[in-house]
Design a protein around this ligand. Structure first.
Ligand code: EPZ
Length: 420
């Protein structure tokens, strides 16, 4: 397994182009199963999760062609059973269920594995499918779903932590080909769900209210091929913005969508970071001393859970106390013990981490555990004195396109070490 070797203490300077959003492109790729016609998806980030999704679509019978940062998919003839091992590997694969139900009225997928940040149940996805008339059985690690007819329904999709992003995406995709009208209450409002709805609409779906907690879908007989440009990744943008502040540099993010980042930019400004917006570019640098801020992660448009770990690094360097409360996932503090190896002083109290910031960080070998925790460890390594080795970098490659290349271009002393 590769690792990243980082020599810290170098402020980042320069420009970085933000790639397409992982959490938009995965459901959008799944949505190509809803039509027999060819779809073209552009601005696709080069990520291992995206490659996986391409393999899953191909295992279902779709023709999948990658052309640089574009994918051409034609799901002319497909079957309803996914490749067990492929699907188990990636949580995002669950979003093939909705399109398979919409197109074939049946779907068999493996129960997606939980991961280090939590159990990752799919009860809300299944509740939505059942409301549309689907029969669900779970056996031997597989979820079997089939429906004589898919009939539109009014359904409430809120769960233990509020709305579900992929649950909303899944049910919305199935509903596009159901008979009649479906109303999803407590729908997710994330920009990635809006981007998916825009792609579905380009395919001929009839959807209103997306971006609000109430989405209405009027079923149609069939959908046709479409082309789509994926929105930029607000989480990648936030990660680079925080890295700029943590290393006391100045970085301009090209092609970002500041309108998707209000909660993130608000907290950064509160922490003493200057964020200047020029069109779709954002220039980020410190604005004097860093200040502690309290953060609670919430569904959109609240502060995103996917930026919690990265912000914790900035707070660990900021003199004072900040309290970071994780309300979305039940165990998303795996990075805390690794940050402690670098000298961070953080105590976990239930859903909150109490960060006693201001101690200088010093380099050490650390272990990546999940995608965003890995990004946090890279930021910490760049801000720390001395050398940090981040192991198990495959976590990073799932969600960040060429992150070491992009960071080197900004001046970071970061090398990828292939495991011998
Ligand atoms: C999406 O996961 C993202 N992944 C996650 O990003 C992101 O953290 C998450 O949304 C929240 O914003 C993709 O889009 C591929 P949820 P998703 O369903 O849809 C509970 C990253 O780092 N829940 O919104 O799986 C669940 O346990 C990843 O890029 C149920 O209880 O998340 C969690 O507590 C990590 N039952 C909460 O809802 C269900 O049926 C939110 O989960 C579904 C979810």
């Amino acid at each position: 397994m590769d690792s990243l070797l980082i020599k810290g203490g170098v402020p980042l300077h320069g420009e970085v182009t933000i790639s397409g959003a992982k959490n938009a492109v995965l459901p959008i790729m799944a949505a190509t199963l809803l039509t027999a016609e060819e779809c073209v998806i552009r601005n696709v980030p080069n990520l291992s999760d995206v490659k996986f999704m391409g393999q899953i679509l191909a295992s279902l019978g779709a023709e999948v062609r990658q052309e640089g940062n574009s994918y051409r998919v034609r799901a002319a003839k497909i079957k309803g059973v996914g490749d067990y091992d492929l699907i188990r590997k990636m949580r995002g694969s669950i979003c093939i269920m909705g399109p398979l139900l919409g197109r074939l009225k049946k779907a068999t997928v493996s129960l997606p594995g939980g991961c280090i940040i939590g159990a990752r149940p799919i009860n809300l996805h299944l509740k939505g499918f059942e409301a549309l008339g689907t029969k669900i059985t779970v056996e031997a690690g597989y979820v079997h779903a089939h429906a004589k007819r898919l009939v539109g329904a009014d359904l409430f999709l809120g769960g233990r932590a509020g709305s579900t992003v992929l649950g909303t995406a899944n049910v919305m995709m199935a509903a596009t080909l159901a008979e009649g009208v479906t109303i999803i209450e407590s729908a997710a409002c994330e920009p990635e769900v809006v981007d998916l709805a825009n792609f579905l609409t380009a395919m001929g779906a009839k959807i209103t209210g997306v971006g609000s907690p109430t989405i209405t879908i009027t079923g149609v007989k069939e959908l046709h091929g479409a082309e789509h440009d994926v929105i930029p990744d607000r989480i990648e943008a936030a990660t680079f913005a925080i890295a700029a502040a943590a290393t006391d540099g100045e970085v301009t993010l090209l092609g970002a969508r500041p309108d998707h980042m209000h909660a993130i930019l608000d907290k950064m400004r509160g922490a003493g970071v200057k964020v200047e917006r020029k069109g779709t570019s954002l220039t980020v640098r410190r604005n004097g001393k860093l200040k502690p801020v309290d953060i609670t992660t919430l569904p959109y448009s609240g502060f995103p859970t996917d930026v919690q770990a990265q912000m914790m690094v900035l707070m660990a360097m900021t003199p004072g106390i900040s309290i970071i409360t994780e309300r979305i996932f039940e165990s998303r503090f795996m990075h805390v013990s690794e940050l402690a190896r670098l000298g961070a002083d953080i105590e976990i109290e239930g859903p909150s981490a109490i960060v006693k910031g201001g101690k200088p960080l010093s380099g050490a070998p650390v272990m990546a555990s999940d995608l965003r925790a890995s990004a946090a460890l890279v930021i910490a390594g760049m801000a720390a004195k001395g050398t940090t080795q981040v192991n198990r970098v495959y976590h990073l490659d799932r969600g960040y396109e060429n992150i070491d290349v992009k960071l080197r271009k900004l001046g970071a002393r970061i090398e990828r070490v292939e495991e011998s």
